[in-house]
Design a protein around this ligand. Structure first.
Ligand code: FAD
Ligand code: NAD
Length: 474
């Protein structure tokens, strides 16, 4: 191997994107990744996101959405689809095919950029020496002027409910169920709980979600969170808030979950359990004592605003460091670090990272909520518009939800947006763009939006900030 300019530890959306950008800038790059692909245990570039996260979960969300609409959504269009059935094995095979296609796509991109790879587990030592335990046996040690740590995150395990890959499942296990469980228990009504709970509910499972917090979706303003909660309950997701799970027992018929609900002790019987109570940085075993890299009390690698660890030539990005655990955040940090290494001014604005939950309706937000702004003493005005009043939403039969927009009371600068509704994942970028260009609600209100589109709801919400929405009575 010729002299390396950069070693990247981790081939997820942080690491692989950093590697490609660095190669574009003329660097000789090596990526070390430990993930074992589902098909043959070989190198499967793309990390959590591609192998057991973003992409496979969205593939299943889409399949289950089609099935659910076929059963319940097409009648009013005059479309009859009697005897619709789901073949979960085929659905999972489709999902695996998409993942494999994208794994191969990254490998192809690496080849085109002459990026080297090693399949194994890496540990960083002093002077940027990287020791690698190769999966096919043997060890090697390499060094480079720069190292990017991009080892990502792993699911948090509850001590009384260790993952067994069969009955008690993590994010990887729940993506591989080949039959619809009769009753699926879920611990945690966060992003994974809601997305994967939706998948199996749409396919016919009874889904009960136990959540510790007293409220659902604390990242949203209450009025918006309640809108989403109402829709989930209509779909039959049995979400129980304020529940403290105390024990999970294996029985002949499945699992028995014991939990405290207010002042009552309750139990839940289920035949599969998804534990989705958050993720933690994968820093265990990543750093030798002589690496000099600092880790905080929760295991996050400490970095400054530019992902620099403070150790000469060592950077860290993605789920391994502070900020939202999102693929696009990891990728943007990867690009910014590669550019900084090359002497360019790379930067990521953490306050402008959009979030999306791919349920039905979709939930998306960016920036501050009204509540967060109030907590920071920022005076605001808000405007909202329901999809029920949108001609396009009515035409596609997806009228649940609303757009809410928050602007600074004095300057009118756009501070944040929350969208619950169809295509929220795409629409939110109108807010991201406006915020990136320091735009105002008046800017959005003065931009001509095509008719009939879902984006008109954003236009109307912007007009509503000034109490002049057209299709909504004051
Ligand atoms: P990762 O993707 O975790 O990649 C890290 C890689 O490093 C892995 O391949 C790992 O095996 C490897 N590695 C770890 N330690 C070592 C080591 N010591 N040596 C060598 N290799 C190592 N985010 C979104 O933005 N949108 C979504 O829709 C979305 N959906 C998700 C759904 C699920 C079910 C899950 C679990 C997550 C989802 N996420 C989503 C989050 C997203 O997957 C992560 O934020 C993203 O993958 C983080 O990227 P990363 O590159 O930091 O780490
Ligand atoms: P999460 O942080 O989104 O939600 C975890 C939930 O579990 C929280 O509501 C928390 O209050 C609850 N909880 C924690 N301990 C509990 C306990 N003992 N009993 C009951 N409830 C408990 O975490 P997640 O759903 O595991 O997802 C992890 C991360 O992965 C997300 O935060 C996100 O960063 C990423 N992700 C993103 C997407 C997306 O972008 N669409 C999808 C999936 C995952």
């Amino acid at each position: 191997m010729s002299a390396l300019d950069l070693i990247v530890i981790g081939g997820g959306p942080g690491g692989y994107v950093a590697a490609i950008r660095a190669a574009q800038l003329g660097m000789k790059v090596l990526v070390v990744d430990a993930f074992r692909g589902k098909r043959n245990g070989g190198l499967a570039l793309g990390g959590t996101c591609l192998n057991v996260g973003c992409i496979p979960s969205k593939a299943l969300l889409d399949s289950s959405h089609h099935f659910h609409r076929l059963l319940h959504g097409f009648g009013e269009h005059g479309i009859q689809a009697d005897n619709a059935r789901i073949d979960p094995k085929r659905m999972i095979a489709r999902k695996d095919g998409i993942v494999a296609q994208l794994n191969a796509g990254i490998a192809q991109l690496f080849k085109a950029h002459r990026i080297e790879t090693l399949h194994g587990r890496a540990k960083l030592h002093g002077d940027r020496r990287v020791r690698i335990a190769l999966h096919d046996g043997g060890q090697t040690e390499l060094s480079a002027p720069h190292v990017i740590l991009a080892a990502g995150s792993v699911p948090v395990e509850l001590p009384f409910a260790p993952f067994d890959g069969e009955l008690i499942l993590d994010n990887a296990g729940i993506l591989d169920l080949e039959e619809v469980p009769r009753r699926l228990g879920v611990i945690g009504a966060g992003v994974i709980g809601l997305e994967m709970g939706s998948v199996w509910r749409r396919l016919g499972a009874e889904v009960v979600i136990l959540e510790a917090l007293p409220e659902l979706l604390p990242a949203l303003d209450r009025d918006m969170a309640r809108l989403a909660e109402r829709e989930f309950r209509k779909q039959g997701l049995d979400i129980r808030l304020g529940c403290r799970v105390e024990a999970v027992e294996k029985e002949a018929s499945g699992l028995c979950i014991r939990y405290q609900h207010g002042d009552r002790k309750e139990t839940l019987e289920c035949d599969r359990l998804l534990v989705a109570v958050g993720r933690k940085p994968a820093s265990a075993g990543l750093l030798g004592e002589d690496s000099g890299v600092r880790v905080d009390a929760r295991g996050f690698v400490e970095v400054d605003a530019h992902c620099f660890t403070g150790v000469d030539g060592v950077w860290a990005i993605g789920d391994l460091v502070r900020g939202p655990m999102l693929a696009h955040k990891a990728s943007e940090e990867g690009i910014a670090v590669a550019e900084r290494i090359a002497g360019l001014p790379g930067h990521v604005e953490l306050d402008q990272i959009p979030w999306v939950i791919y349920t039905d309706p979709e939930i998306a937000w960016v920036g501050l909520t009204e509540k967060q702004a109030a907590e920071r003493g920022i005076p605001t005005r808000s405007g909202s518009f329901p999809f029920a009043a949108s001609g396009r939403a009515l035409a596609i039969g997806e009228t649940a939800g609303a757009v809410k927009l928050i602007a600074h009371e004095k300057t009118d600068r756009l501070l944040g947006m929350q969208i619950i509704g169809p295509q929220a994942s795409e629409l939110i970028h109108e807010a991201v763009l406006t915020m990136a260009f320091h735009g105002s609600s008046e800017d959005l209100a003065r931009i001509c939006h095509a008719h009939p589109t879902l984006a008109e709801a954003i236009h109307e919400a912007a007009l509503a900030v000034d109490r002049r929405a057209i299709h909504k009575a004051r």
